[in-house]
Design a protein around this ligand. Sequence first.
Ligand code: MIG
Length: 718
Amino acid sequence: MNSFMIDKNIFKYTFGNPIDTETICLEGEKKDEQYIKFVKLEEGEDLNLIYKMDDSDIVYGLGENQRGINKRGYIYESFCTDDPIHTENKKSLYGAHNFIIIDGKDKFGMFIDSPSKVVFDVGYSKRDELKVNIEDKNVNIYMIKGFKPKDIVRKFLKIIGDTYVPPKWAFGYQQSRWSYKNEKEINDIANKFIEEDIPCDAIYLDIDYMDKFKDFTINKKDFPNFKEFVSNLKDKGFRLIPIIDAGVKIEKGYKVYEEGIKNNYFCSDKEENPFMAAVWPGRCHFPDFLNKDTRNWFGLKYKILTDLGIEGFWNDMNEPAIFYTDRSLKEAIKSAKDSEKKNLDIYSFFDLKDKFTNMSNNLEDYKSFYHNVDGKIINHYKVHNIFGYNMTKSAAEGLKQIEPNKRFLLFSRSSYIGMHKFSGIWTGDNSSWWSELLQNIKMMPSLNMCGFLYIGADTGGFGNDSDSELVIRWTQFSMFTPLFRNHSALGTRSQEPFAFDKTTTNITKNAIKIRYALIPYIYSEYMKAAIDRNLYFSPISFEYDDEISRRVENQILCGDSIMLAPIYEQNAKGRYVYLPEDMLLWKPDNYLSKNYKVVKKGHRYIDVDLKEIPIFIRKNKMIVKTEAALNVEKIEDKQLNIIAFVEDKAKYLYYDDDGKTYDFKKGRFSTIAIEIEKVEDDFKISVKNKGNRLVKKINFEIIDIEGKVYTKTISLEK
Ligand code: MIG
């Protein structure tokens, strides 16, 4: 083992000869410091890190995962998996996010930089023992020291690089479904949004827009005038976002396939033939995304679609998902044939059934293909968790070449820490269950801890039929997630905002409009988090260190000023909320609402009607909103409306930029620094504008600790 000091509080330990995941590119100086002493090392065939936990220790992290914000009590396997049933017994989802933070007598973070399988047993086998099992002993381990979980997270965010920033329009509402099948259906959906006066910025194209599910092709029958269609919709305010799958269909004459074969761009099997696995299009090859040339080739294919006016993509099935291979299919068929003559008893029947269910995403298949990384042949199993990451890296690098200074919308299903540099993620195939809404809430801060800021779930639920109340309550939460998209599976009930009754349409419309009115806040908070490498969502314990805050799992902070206490139960007309300090509850049912109430610290029961959204504004903080519009680009920002809850002094930094390019990285952005100070019976306001030319006027509603409202206006015109 070699140890390096990357920074005063960050140590890197290298075991063997690890694969470079490119998540962290800092070397540091060689040091013998045994900081790793926090954990006991057990080295055998694999590597185990063991840490004795106290009863009061909290373990945060692990990104996209099951269970709580506090990960204690369960076991999690980092092995990217396409499994659409996220019940509590599952141990892996689509991502591998090997970062945890221990908050107790010791405080440290630990990042296991291994693209192979890693298991986090957080007090599951033994109540008081955290055991991290690393299958591949060639690994880099990073240990990060800090005084508070938030410090530790921020140090980690510092070493994993800048997060992806989407275009500003991608903060609008987005409508998806598997699938809107043709031009007419999509036009009808778009028109319905306009007719109902519901804001929306994007409509999704799921697999049926392709010709026989072949990447970078268009199904001409259903989309005869694709380019014109894209541009007409854009004129109406909607961007179209096509899906891209990881598998390339094997078909003579299909250009992507032919080029891949000719240039050896696909993963290969033991015999050095292109590895074959079946997904949507039937038999496919997988581009070898770990190979630089393949990445470059595949990434530039996105140009086929950007040339047609496309400005955003979602990368799917990149765990990679496998339906079956020749091997698994043969085995299942053989077992079925053998069973024909047998009288199947319970065990032999289950064996038969298993042969079929295990046909998909089978370990044996993952172990049977290879990558070529700079001439080195590597078994897929060893690098499984960075496949989706590298597909998305390929897309991002391609888009960068296609239009270097343009921000594209891009997000992926599978991911590994480090991929946040290239895109966002959505949390995959959830179900239309209330439990998934709660899971969604808990997952958001954990994902932020791992660097992913542009995140969101399928609002309303993907699998199974949704219902109006679930769509409403989920929309009322997702309206705070940077990626705000409603999506549902083939064959399920429609769940667009207007798919139910008039009341549901009105309630969801108002929630979406509140989102648009809050874009000044949401965008400012996102961009500040991206630039300062900070969190957008966090557990409330990251800001409040009282004992109760450490226990809260169903409330989170959103940006610097808001605490969310979403409703996630059917028929709930309210809920219990824990307030670590006095806060201002704004409970709008429309964005102009002035429904303010000061709520005193402690445990409170809050009434929340179906049409209301409980937004808690923290003490000495403020939020910024403006007039809602039908698209993000139509928001004028001429007037900002501030709601502030001030005891003595509050500050806010409003951020804006062109929303389209990376010029903000060169300092081309504007800010307005706002300060409100209590002076005797009044409030003094100071406003410092640095380069903002849009805002002409700021209207203030300042609510004091007693609930008294002060209204003021500041004009920014010279
Ligand atoms: O599971 O393309 O997660 O969002 O609609 C089937 C069809 C494959 C999985 C994605 C889902 C998408 C679906 N895809």
